[in-house]
Write a protein that binds this ligand. Structure first.
Ligand code: MG
Length: 169
C-alpha cells in the first residue's frame, strides 16, 4: 500500500544530478512552457540572497529555451524577492509546498495547463509532492549543499528509505 501511495503521489517523474543534466530541448519539444524552480538546495545554498554563478548559468540556459520561469519557495518573501531579482525572474514566496494553491493561481493567471509545466526541486515532501498534486511534470535534483536543518535531515532519511525500497520496482 505504501508503495502504491509513493508511486502515485510522491515518486518524481525524473531524477537528475543537477539543472544541467536536464534535457531542456526535449521538454521544449514536448510542449512544456513553464518551469517552477525551488531555491534552497536546488538553485542556491540555503539562505542565499544573491544568485551565484551556478544559478546564473542555469537560469540563462532555461531562458534560452524560452521557458517562463517562476521561483517557488516556502521561505519568507523578503529574501526570495532579493534572490529572484538577482536572476531577473518571477517568484512566489511562502508558497506553502506541498500546498498547491499558489501554483494553481499562477497557472490560471497565465492560462497554462499543469502538464505544460515542470516542477523542479530537491525535496520529495515539498517540491515533488506539490508538483504531483498540481499535475506538473516533476524533476528531482540532488541537493546542492550538504548542511541542512534537522527537520530537513529527517525528511532526507524518509526519502532515502522510499527510494531504496521502491525506486526500481
Ligand atoms: Mg529545496
Amino acid at each position: 500500500m505504501l508503495k502504491r501511495w509513493y508511486k502515485k503521489r510522491l515518486k518524481p517523474d525524473f531524477r537528475v544530478k543537477d539543472l544541467f543534466s536536464i534535457d531542456w530541448a526535449e521538454f521544449k519539444a514536448k510542449g512544456i512552457k513553464m518551469v517552477f524552480l525551488d531555491i534552497d538546495n536546488t538553485l542556491a545554498e540555503h539562505g542565499s540572497r544573491q544568485a551565484d554563478d551556478y544559478a546564473q548559468r542555469a537560469v540563462s540556459l532555461i531562458k534560452s529555451f524560452d521557458f517562463l520561469i517562476c521561483i517557488l519557495s516556502n521561505a519568507l518573501s523578503d529574501r526570495i524577492a532579493d534572490y529572484a531579482k538577482s536572476l531577473n525572474v518571477e517568484y512566489m514566496a511562502q508558497a506553502n509546498k506541498p500546498g498547491i494553491k499558489k501554483i494553481l493561481q499562477k497557472l490560471a493567471e497565465l492560462n497554462i495547463q499543469p502538464q505544460q509545466t515542470l516542477m523542479i526541486g530537491d525535496q520529495i515532501f515539498t517540491d515533488i509532492w506539490a508538483g504531483k498534486r498540481a499535475g506538473c511534470v516533476t524533476i528531482m535534483v540532488e541537493q546542492r549543499f550538504a548542511n541542512e536543518a534537522i527537520q530537513i535531515r529527517f525528511k532526507r532519511k524518509l526519502e532515502r528509505f522510499l527510494f531504496k525500497r521502491y525506486e526500481n520496482r
